[in-house]
Design a protein around this ligand. Structure first.
Ligand code: AHG
Ligand code: MN
Ligand code: MN
Length: 300
């Protein structure tokens, strides 16, 4: 039997036509970004608003997606991890607002490990709002295969790019697993005692370490197998490292749709009203009962 394509899947959902169009347009950029890996392997001389050195591919992917989304007339507002300000496209015909991390895990490009593009979609024209208001979220993961995970608030579906540059379905209605895996960021010497306590506890309980340096790849693994990813607040960075709009919210929304949970350790990340574009949050994300275990210790 022929495999279900992304288009066929979207047509089977209650999504409005312009949302289906937007998701397919973003998906269609996966092959283009993947191809650019071959020609964009050097560091650029510029820094993004967080003071990190950008890889050329960060810039390229950002510019590429920005142009495509602007031209589509589907997007009123666009916020990107690589842009200091929210961009508005007043002549858009649809009312979508998009957040994007054009390339997540970019420090791994030069060592050929999995990186991804993370997208959040709101349908009321504004990017500055709590993640729970999202209409859809997706990520493209560039690994040995190029895969796409999407939710239009009707569960989680996964697709893989075939040799005809079509995404065909590999996983339907994904529910998060409960394997005892964990990954956690920041230097251990900078962890606060509560985070240390949580990690010590789960390690004692037999959790196995899996951490790559690419949030989207790590979360993808835990989404399929189960586990808990954390990037805690840490000494000198009491707000955490990962970005609410671009990383925490879209993947938090997807994990939540799969029956998992996303938390700062104290509250549901999806309820936070962003204070600025580059708002950061400490994050615990993954299998519900493991995130709740972190919350018990962090709140306690
Ligand atoms: P980006 O490549 O978009 O800047 O994001 C990097 C993020 C995230 O993907 C990852 O989990 C984390 O930073 C890795 O940080 P460390 O290098 O501190 O482990
Ligand atoms: Mn990122
Ligand atoms: Mn990035």
């Amino acid at each position: 039997m022929a495999k279900i394509t992304l288009k066929q899947y979207l047509d089977s959902t209650a999504s409005p036509d312009d949302l289906k169009e937007l998701i397919q347009l973003i998906a269609a950029q996966g092959p283009a970004i993947r191809n650019a890996f071959i020609t964009n392997q050097k560091y650029a001389d510029t820094q993004n608003i967080y003071g990190e050195t950008q890889m050329k591919l960060d810039i390229w992917s950002n510019e590429h997606l920005k142009q495509v989304l602007k031209k589509s007339k589907l997007v009123k507002e666009l916020a990107s991890e690589e842009e200091a300000e929210v961009l508005s496209f007043p002549d858009a015909k649809s009312n979508y607002a998009v957040t994007m991390d054009p390339l997540d895990g970019s420090s791994l490009i030069q060592v050929n490990l999995a990186v991804g593009t993370i997208i959040g979609i709101y349908d009321n024209g504004k990017v500055m709002q709590p993640g729970k208001n999202m209409r859809a979220a997706m990520y493209i993961l560039y690994g040995p295969l190029t895969t796409l995970t999407v939710t239009v608030k009707e569960g989680i579906y996964m697709f893989a790019l075939n040799d005809k540059n079509e995404f065909t379905m590999t996983d339907q209605n994904v529910k998060i697993g409960d394997k005892k895996l964990y990954g956690t960021g920041a230097l251990q010497k900078d962890w606060v005692p509560k985070h240390k306590k949580f990690i010590n506890e789960i390690v004692k309980d037999g959790f196995k370490l899996r951490y790559s340096g690419s949030f989207v790849a790590d979360v993808h693994q835990f989404l399929k197998y189960g586990g808990v990813f954390s990037y805690p607040l840490y000494k000198g960075h009491m707000g955490g490292k990962l970005r609410l709009l671009f990383e925490a919210n879209p993947l938090g929304f997807i994990v939540t749709q799969a029956g998992g949970k996303v938390s700062t350790g104290e509250k549901n990340i999806l309820t936070i009203m962003p204070e600025k574009v580059d708002h950061r949050v400490p994050i615990y994300i993954g299998t519900k009962k493991y995130v709740e275990r972190a919350e018990k210790i962090i709140k306690g």
